[in-house]
Unconditional design. Structure first.
Length: 434
């Protein structure tokens, strides 16, 4: 059996010099029409940990995951019937068994040759693998930093000896950076004698090339860098990707394909992060009034301790205003009502809209029931003031409840609701307590 510079086994005539295929860093092997491996190169050892001599003469089916085997067999059958004669076979992801028995996801491409054999090329970290991992991370809601680290793999799987960094804004709007293979000094803006390449790119909204690097930076393993801005819907300054190039690798131009893929994927996860934040904000805030939503109010209520006061507020006369003047005036009335509640709410209180014309106020530090009742009186008075604005003839009824150690937060809210019904039953435009 041949080995080394000629590979292992007997390669059919594929029109390529055998030495080139044998020396490829990608795993290359050939299958006969019966799907037996008849030739492979040395990369099967470095990539998957198999001895090439143990691979040749065995069926490829021994190495493909059972869940992927039917699909692989179908592709081989289609290829044997000439299905790909008029258009190329496209790459796909498969799980294959490594030498230690683990399943490794790889990017596989193949083509048929004249005698019906098939030439297969396998890459362990190709773009398809990275995309698959990124989509999995997005669908599982993994942290943004983990998703961004996967984005860097679009460059790292090709050139792991180069330097990569993603600059972005964290949840607090502060600048943050994820990097791989970059000395700490090259991540310092001051090392570049002015604005750093990523700062220039973000400011200009355009790609920036620094080649060669200024003398202090060029003393390390890299000679140039390429920075590209990426918009961030949540932050005007945006984000950026930086690739540092070594003397023995491609120039900055040689990294543009990887950079383009990284840019598209970073844009995707930034857009997705912004959308998640918008949904989270929508769940927390009532869209009309800007008060806490019902879900947010209940969340705060559940975390409040014993002794918190709950004031349940309902607008008297709101339905008549809404029916007489329409929903636009009704909405303006609700907004004005929210403003009045916020005006009297004590520091640390949470005001929420529970739905329709029902509001609630949580006072976590009420001294006693008398203090909560006094606050209810202020609310009633605030809605009794003469006004030429949106409130008009709308008044307020309030139910008051003060929690204790024997009550759950929801029981306190229910008690305040019952007290509100009592206030309405006795004439409205007043308060009652549980």
């Amino acid at each position: 059996m041949d080995g080394g510079a000629q590979g292992y086994g007997a390669m059919p005539d594929v029109g390529w010099p055998l030495a080139l295929l044998a020396a490829s860093p990608d795993l290359v092997f050939a299958l006969d029409p019966a799907t037996t491996i008849i030739w492979c190169n040395e990369s099967v050892r470095t990539m998957l940990g198999h001895d090439p001599c143990d691979i040749v003469g065995r069926s490829f089916a021994e190495f493909v995951h059972a869940d992927d085997l039917v699909r692989a067999a179908e592709v081989i059958d289609l290829a044997g019937n000439g299905a790909f004669d008029t258009f190329p076979m496209t790459p796909a992801l498969y799980r294959v068994r490594s030498g230690d028995g683990e399943w490794v996801q790889v990017d596989v491409n193949a083509s048929t040759v004249a005698d019906g054999s098939m030439l297969v090329v396998v890459r362990p970290g190709g773009d398809l693998v990275v995309v698959d991992r990124l989509l999995e991370a997005i669908s599982e809601g993994r942290p943004f930093e983990e998703q961004a680290d996967i984005v860097m793999r679009f460059g790292r799987w090709r050139r792991p000896d180069e330097g990569y960094a993603i600059h972005y804004r964290d949840d607090d709007g502060e600048r943050a950076v994820l990097s791989a293979g970059v000395p700490a000094e090259l991540l310092e803006p001051g090392a570049y004698g002015g604005l750093a390449p990523w700062e220039q790119a973000e400011l200009a909204g355009a790609e920036v090339v620094v080649d060669p690097l200024p003398a202090p930076c060029a003393s390390g393993p890299f000679v140039g860098c390429l920075a590209s801005p990426v918009p961030d819907p949540d932050h005007e300054a945006g984000a950026s990707i930086v690739i540092w190039t070594g003397a023995d690798g491609p120039t900055t131009s040689g990294h543009r394909y990887a950079l383009a893929n990284m840019t598209r994927c970073l844009d995707l996860i930034l857009q997705q992060r912004a959308q998640v934040r918008r949904l989270e904000r929508a769940a927390q805030v009532d869209a009309l009034t800007g008060l806490a939503s019902r879900a947010r109010f209940l969340e705060v209520l559940e975390s409040s301790g014993p002794g918190a006061a709950v004031l349940y507020v309902d607008l008297d006369g709101f339905k008549a205003v809404n029916d007489a003047y329409g929903h636009a005036v009704g909405d303006a009335t609700l907004v004005a009502a929210a403003d009045r509640l916020l005006a009297v709410a004590p520091e640390g209180a949470t005001v929420g809209r529970l739905g329709g014309d029902e509001f609630a106020l949580l006072h976590p530090h009420a001294a006693d029931l008398a203090a909560a009742q006094a606050l209810a009186g202020e609310i009633v008075d605030a809605f009794s003031l003469e006004s030429e604005g949106a409130i008009g003839d709308v008044r307020a009824s309030v139910g008051v409840a003060l929690g204790d150690a024997d009550q759950s937060p929801t029981e306190v809210l229910h008690a305040a609701d019952v007290a509100l019904l009592a206030a309405k039953a006795t004439g409205r435009n007043r308060w009652a307590s549980a």
